[in-house]
Design a protein around this ligand. Structure first.
Ligand code: 17E
Ligand code: FE2
Length: 413
């Protein structure tokens, strides 16, 4: 199968992408193609062809549970954790698999083929983790799924927290998580980061920590995580998610912090719709935006990407799987609608996320890489965001996985 008349990001002209089985076999300028077209050629109609969208941060075990049994009335992260603790009591193996699989369908429908999900392991039975390990296999034809062992109620502050984390990794979690800002004391926050970095180093897992997800400017676990990553030389394998307290740090501290962050080489995930909803909740006016410094991290040459975090759960009542909606919101909230940012905005939901997930050569429109790609509805990043475009076609392992027919509008006047 070939994709014809494709535009590629960062390259002038049109291209023909030849797929052979599950690999990209050749990429040629369309003008150089002498052979006649095939009946099964897919015509990109001069629109962008890109590698699949990525969801680098979601909680598939909690998805589709908002209001069960109670709604989060305050809109705070902390009430979300309380409401989830109630829902967690009702979790079953089957219900977790059903909800996660349904949500994965929503992601697939929006062109996502790589997902990192945090799974709550503060549960003596590890019900959700057992379910998600099965889901990871069952959806392999749709997405590549990374599972984070995520200690929602703490490692040091939860009974047997350390043992549960260790068991979760033994059961097949790919990534070690953490939540230092939620531990009972600052010291426990620090020791939890050391513990989880030891566990990851020992087992070869990646690391993705919910870090400083609060407006409290005293929450400074990011410096601990970055220093642990730097000393161990693990930066490229480590991600700091949320880091919303950075939106409340003063510039003097932040300028010192950025030096360490750069030396550490860690990755960042921001979930802009989630954070604009959950943070700023203890302010009246002026009211903080409650996001990390996305534009500044990017301009400092560090790696940052956007995620959805929630779809209809105790923390966030909306969501439909569309990562382009998150990109649009994030660009607004982070003051990233400048010309330069718009030219390369898709980086925030593609290449930057691939780096965060350590996808390496499993990702990208290049000869020899997997035949996984999207045909978009627009010719460039700017127009994709402006027109609120969509992925029209998702190809995985050389086969069409999803096809979207754009809405047809008739103007009658
Ligand atoms: N748990 C958490 O600690 N933070 C979040 N944003 C979500 C779950 C969704
Ligand atoms: Fe999260």
């Amino acid at each position: 199968m070939n994709i014809i008349n494709a535009r590629l990001r960062g390259k002038a002209g049109l291209f023909r992408i030849e797929l052979n089985g599950d690999r990209i076999a050749a990429i040629q300028p369309q003008a150089d193609v002498a052979a006649p077209g095939h009946a099964d050629d897919l015509d990109a109609q001069q629109n962008l062809v890109i590698p699949p969208f990525i969801e680098p941060h979601i909680h598939l075990d909690a998805t589709l549970t908002a209001g069960e049994p109670n709604w989060n009335m305050s809109g705070t992260l902390f009430e979300g954790i309380e409401r989830w603790a109630e829902r967690k009591e009702l979790n079953t193996h089957a219900d977790t698999k059903t909800r996660a699989t349904k949500t994965i369908g929503m992601l697939v429908d929006h062109g996502i083929q790589h997902v990192r999900t945090h799974v709550d392991v503060t549960d003596p039975k590890l019900t959700a983790l057992k379910a998600m390990v099965e889901v990871r296999e069952e959806v392999r034809h749709l997405i590549d799924l990374q599972i984070v062992a995520f200690p929602q109620e703490g490692i040091e502050s939860y009974a047997n927290g350390r043992a549960l984390m260790t068991e979760a990794v033994a059961m097949g979690a790919d990534v070690v998580g953490g939540i230092p800002h939620f531990e009972n004391t600052r010291d426990q926050g620090v020791s939890s980061v050391k513990f989880l970095m030891d566990l990851a180093e020992r087992t070869g897992c990646l690391v993705d920590v919910h870090c400083d997800e609060t407006d409290d400017p005293q929450s400074r676990f990011l410096e601990v995580l970055a220093e642990e990553a730097r000393v161990r030389g693990m930066g490229a394998r480590v991600t700091a998610s949320h880091t919303t307290a950075m939106g409340s740090y003063d510039n003097a501290y932040c300028s010192k912090l950025f030096r360490l962050l750069k030396m550490s080489g860690i990755n960042f995930v921001s979930c802009p719709t989630e954070s604009i909803h959950l943070q700023g909740r203890f302010d009246t006016y002026p009211k903080r935006r409650g996001l990390t410094r996305v534009a500044e991290i990017d301009r400092a040459g560090m790696n940052v990407c956007f995620g959805q975090d929630s779809i209809v759960d105790p923390w966030y009542p909306l969501g439909n799987g569309n990562i382009l909606r998150i990109l649009e919101a994030g660009l607004h909230i982070c003051h990233m609608l400048g010309y330069e940012d718009l030219q390369r905005s898709l980086d925030l939901i593609t290449d930057n996320s691939a780096r965060t997930l350590n996808l390496g050569e499993r990702y990208g429109i290049e000869v020899g890489r997997p035949a996984n790609l999207l045909v978009l509805s627009a010719p460039d990043d700017y127009e994709m965001v402006r027109s609120q475009g969509h992925a029209l076609l998702s190809v995985r392992n050389g086969k069409v996985l999803m096809r979207r027919t754009p809405a047809h509008i008739e103007r009658l006047g």
